[in-house]
Design a protein around this ligand. Structure first.
Ligand SMILES: Cc1cc2nc3c(=O)[nH]c(=O)nc-3n(C[C@H](O)[C@H](O)[C@H](O)COP(=O)(O)OP(=O)(O)OC[C@H]3O[C@@H](n4cnc5c(N)ncnc54)[C@H](O)[C@@H]3O)c2cc1C
Length: 276
């Protein structure tokens, strides 16, 4: 089974922010809209996009224009003064009839003065209707194995948008254990999941903010989730890179899960800015 699928046809899409909603203390949802989104071809429930936005002080959003993979060379050749920021985000919801997309951002770092919040987190916190953005569709990693119908779904807060999208759009007969780690108990919300899904919210409630996201989920799943004898389970794990790599190692080595039944996606690295 492939572990990732990329779009075969894609181009740069321009849009603008039309709405911002503070979903909970650690999340903000931006709705973006524009006629270009008529060309967005959804591939699956954890699809991501490259999200382009202006740097501080830039009046215009200058965007690479090349389709397919040509954009990157064009992007690298842009003068630093005009080159936009770009980060990867999950498509939380897409409404083709309105050419509208929701993206849910984790707010991290010091939100009051930006601190080391990261440009995307700061942009989401301060975004206003009318802000121009760009989108370049990327692929999907949620590719359940037909031979392994039950599922184990695990993520830190950066994977919560993908996990919620997966659960909300699952077939009604899905059976799964879903572990969602979040910064605080106030980030827990109702989930519209099939009845066969057990949702385990894991709030860190770490008042010193010293814990590395994903480690609580890694520890919890490693110590409490067990593969039954003879069972095949499709596993999807995403978040800070220590979570997917650590959990995959455990599932393969200690529980005998075939590598082909695991999709593991490193979304970001603790202490390192994403390139772009
Ligand atoms: C396929 C894919 C889908 C993704 N979907 C989403 C999504 O839907 N929502 C979402 O919020 N993120 C998502 N991410 C993760 C997101 O791309 C990264 O968190 C990104 O680094 C954020 O950019 P930034 O500019 O805020 O911070 P950066 O400039 O990249 O990093 C600045 C500092 O913040 C730290 N940092 C980065 N992200 C986090 C975080 N989440 N929590 C705590 N510290 C962090 C870094 O280690 C660094 O020290 C996804 C990543 C991938 C690969």
């Amino acid at each position: 089974m492939p572990r990732h699928k990329s779009p075969t046809r894609r181009r740069m899409l321009r849009a603008e922010v039309t709405r911002t909603v503070r979903t909970s203390p650690s999340f903000v949802t931006l709705t973006v809209q524009g006629p270009d989104l008529a060309d967005f071809d959804p591939m699956g429930v954890d699809q991501s996009c490259r999200f382009f936005f202006r740097r501080d002080g830039q009046r215009e959003l200058a965007m690479p224009t090349a389709s397919h993979n040509g954009w990157l060379a064009q992007f690298m050749l842009m003068r630093p003064a005009v080159r936009p920021w770009v980060r990867l985000y999950t498509v939380r919801a897409f409404r083709p009839e309105a050419c509208e997309m929701d993206i849910e951002f984790v707010l991290h770092g010091d939100h009051e003065d930006h601190g080391d919040a990261g440009p995307a987190s700061a942009f989401a916190l301060h975004a206003r209707p009318g802000d121009p953005v760009g989108l370049f569709p990327e692929g999907i990693g949620y590719l359940p194995t037909p031979a392994a119908p039950p599922q184990l779904l695990v993520g830190d807060e950066s994977a919560v948008p993908a996990l919620l999208s997966i659960l909300e759009q699952s077939p009604p007969d899905l059976t799964a254990d879903a572990y969602l780690e979040v910064p605080t108990g106030r980030d827990i919300r109702p989930v519209a999941a099939p009845t066969g899904v057990t949702v385990h919210w894991l709030p860190r409630d770490d008042h010193d903010h010293t814990a590395v996201p994903g480690q609580l989920a890694l520890k919890t799943v490693t110590s409490s989730w067990k593969l039954l004898p003879g069972q095949r389970v499709y596993c999807w794990v995403a978040g800070e890179s220590g979570l997917p790599t650590g959990l995959r190692r455990h599932l393969v080595k200690d529980q005998g899960v075939p590598k082909s039944d695991i999709s593991f996606l490193g979304y970001w690295k603790h202490g390192k800015s994403s390139p772009g």
